[in-house]
Ligand binder design. Sequence first.
Ligand SMILES: CC(=O)SCCNC(=O)CCNC(=O)[C@H](O)C(C)(C)COP(=O)(O)OP(=O)(O)OC[C@H]1O[C@@H](n2cnc3c(N)ncnc32)[C@H](O)[C@@H]1OP(=O)(O)O
Length: 124
Amino acid sequence: MNDTLFRTRKIISYPDLNAAGKLFGGTALSWIDEESAIFASCVLNRSHLVTVHMSEINFKNPGEVGQIVEIGTKLVSVGKTSITVSCQIRHKKTKTEIITVDKVVFVTIGEDGQAIEHGYQHEE
Ligand SMILES: CC(=O)SCCNC(=O)CCNC(=O)[C@H](O)C(C)(C)COP(=O)(O)OP(=O)(O)OC[C@H]1O[C@@H](n2cnc3c(N)ncnc32)[C@H](O)[C@@H]1OP(=O)(O)O
């Protein structure tokens, strides 16, 4: 549909590490969730979105303390109340992938917490 755009950079710090001294998977997933949600929210111009599904997650390479990483998102598809994006984190310098998630699905919700149509029509 379109190419991944890398908008956000982060530096891996000591609080981000697991017991093996590598980037903790939970931290990486929290960065993925936030970046994907911001991207989806900007595409739809809606602020009330919730994550409803994450597809297979692949931890491809470890992240090391002090490394600068970049987080990229891409629009995958748009439904009636949902939007699907892909997200990845990679080393900024080497472009080596650290984690990829093929599909993160968000749903727009109303004040009652139920799904509502977002009205966004994607043109290829
Ligand atoms: C950014 C964050 O971290 S948010 C915090 C974590 N997330 C949450 O708390 C959300 C908890 N979940 C919910 O409240 C509910 O599941 C809701 C309101 C989001 C959706 O309720 P549902 O009854 O499943 O809604 P419904 O069946 O109508 O589906 C809504 C849309 O989601 C899609 N959808 C629902 N479940 C899934 C799934 N597992 N995988 C892919 N798409 C899904 C549907 O295909 C539908 O898409 P469409 O309208 O574009 O065709």
